[in-house]
Design a binder for this molecule. Structure first.
Ligand code: SF4
Length: 123
């Protein structure tokens, strides 16, 4: 059995997940979301990626960005490397897609906030 802390809500239940009879057994969850989380963590862990990307023509230099759905955990470093290469141009609206189908995961990278164009762009 693998011990997993459920991060789905602030209660942080301590789960035990393991293979049994050709399936997966999860115990320690206080609700069905914990069972789904434990199963996912055991079979194929995923995470929503949050970071910042360079933005030009704005009064700030970094734009908060995130994936619009979780991606496989093993793709996180490649995703971060991709974000590092982006140069977003202001203005940009929250929710705008900056990169589609990251690494074939089906997730898009989106702007996490609206940023207006600066009156005098930063040099
Ligand atoms: S099992 Fe349910 S109650 Fe417990 S942390 Fe996960 S989501 Fe929250």
């Amino acid at each position: 059995m693998t011990e997993i802390i459920c991060i789905t809500c602030p209660r942080g239940c301590r789960l035990l997940a393991g293979a049994s009879n050709g399936g997966v057994t999860v115990t320690g969850n206080r609700c069905p979301r914990g069972e789904a989380y434990g199963r996912s963590e055991l079979l194929h862990p995923v995470r929503t990626v949050t970071s910042t990307a360079a933005i030009q023509g704005a009064s700030i230099s970094r734009l908060p960005v995130k994936t619009d759905r979780p991606i496989p955990k093993e793709q996180i470093f490649a995703c971060m490397a991709l974000i590092h290469t982006l140069r977003v141009q202001a203005p940009i609206a929250a929710g705008s897609i900056l990169y589609e189908n990251i690494l074939g995961s089906g997730a898009n990278l989106v702007a996490a906030r609206t940023v207006e164009k600066a009156a005098l762009p930063l040099q």
